[in-house]
Design a binder for this molecule. Structure first.
Ligand SMILES: *Cc1c(COP(=O)(O)O)cnc(C)c1O
Length: 366
């Protein structure tokens, strides 16, 4: 069986370095908010080309804390609207509703599957305060257009980079376009910890300063609390793991791109629609998502031939039980996508013969 993602193998490659990093933390006697976090924050800022990184406990917290900080700074208030693409993972939406803000779902562009600038513009109202583009599956959103619209309408931009570490266009990386950006280091993400983790990146000094307090009980100074904060810190062990993994991220992205380009040229089955062939470097291929009206049959066929696939995502956020009140929205592109998408295995450790076998098998599907 070719597994959808073999995390054990991915991490075993760095086993000795990870163990050394782990020992370093154990022997430091300091486990929260120490040297490893400072080191990782500095290194990740360099990687993204931003002034600040604030490590937090998860990608969801990263998104949510930025919105909370903007509320604290008076830039947002309960009831304001946040425009987001409808076909995202539920975390993007939860960060909005957690802060008593209103998600305005827009149908994605049918080819990039990302935010469609025309629909985004049409969705702007007097209450719109934030645009939340999700660089879905690893493809950078059309950020030049989105930033131009944000400027025209005086809106804040929060990038959801949970799937797009290192994606870039014109040399500018995911996370460095908006006013702030949120990353996840969930183990299966392109930059994955060995547990939960997340980070916010921004160039804004005031926002960064506030976020450093909000993630730590609203405190800049021990036992003095200026804000109603939370406990959401990237611990020393995870920061140390991420410092190791970050060194290899660019190489791993090259490997992912290599697999993707072989899929794009090798898969020629007319029953299967391939993802858009993107502007070079704008995609980091967190997922390789094909579309087909025969999804169930294709998934069963691949499984019977020893290839594991997944669906990202079977149910759109607005059709989830938790969000019953939005179940009647009309989002035809998003709804169609959720019935058609299927993710093939893509990972830096896929072997050449595995890629060949997947291409051959997908082409045999009839
Ligand atoms: C994974 C993910 C998140 C949430 O990250 P966690 O670390 O799991 O909280 C948010 N948005 C998107 C698009 C994701 O894929």
């Amino acid at each position: 069986m070719i597994p959808f993602l073999n995390l054990k193998e991915i991490n075993q490659k760095y086993e000795q370095e990870l163990k050394d990093a782990c020992s370093r933390v154990i022997n430091s006697g300091w486990y929260i908010m120490g040297e490893e976090l400072l080191g990782f924050e500095k290194e990740f800022s360099t990687f993204c080309g931003t002034n600040h990184t604030i490590g937090v406990a998860s990608g969801l917290d990263a998104l949510s804390l930025v919105l909370r900080a903007w509320i604290e700074l008076g830039k947002l208030k309960a009831g304001d609207e946040v425009i987001v693409q409808a076909n995202t993972y539920i975390a993007s939406i939860l960060s909005i509703t957690e802060n008593n803000l209103i998600p305005v779902f827009v149908d994605p562009d049918p080819f990039s599957l990302n935010l469609d600038p025309h629909k985004l513009k049409a969705a702007i109202t007097e209450k719109t305060k934030v645009i939340l583009p999700v660089h879905l599956y690893g493809l950078l959103s059309p950020m030049s257009e989105i930033m131009a619209i944000a400027k025209d309408f005086n809106l804040l931009v929060l990038e959801d980079c949970a799937q797009a570490h290192g994606a870039k266009e014109s040399g500018k990386l995911a996370g460095s376009w908006g006013d702030a950006a949120a990353f996840s280091f969930y183990p299966g993400k392109n930059l994955g910890a060995l547990g939960d983790g997340g980070a916010i990146v921004t160039d804004n000094d005031e926002l960064a300063h506030l976020l450093r307090a909000l993630r730590n009980y609203g405190s800049h100074k021990k036992y003095e609390h200026s804000y109603l904060g939370v406990n959401s810190r990237l611990d020393e062990i995870q920061a140390a793991m991420l410092r190791v993994k970050l060194k290899y991220l660019s190489d791993e992205t090259v490997s992912r791109r290599d697999v993707a380009s072989r899929y794009l040229s090798g898969i020629v089955n007319t029953k299967i629609q391939l993802p858009q062939d993107p502007i070079p470097l704008s995609h980091v291929w967190h997922l390789f998502v094909v579309q087909t009206e025969y999804r169930t049959k294709l998934q069963e066929f691949l499984s019977s031939e020893g290839i594991q696939t997944q669906i990202h995502y079977p149910i759109p956020p607005n059709k989830q039980q938790a969000y019953k009140k939005w179940s009647n929205l009309s989002l035809p592109i998003s709804e169609k996508l959720h019935q058609r998408v299927l993710s093939l295995p893509i990972a830096p450790n896929l072997e050449n013969d595995e890629v060949e076998y997947i291409i051959k098998t997908v082409n045999q599907f009839s």
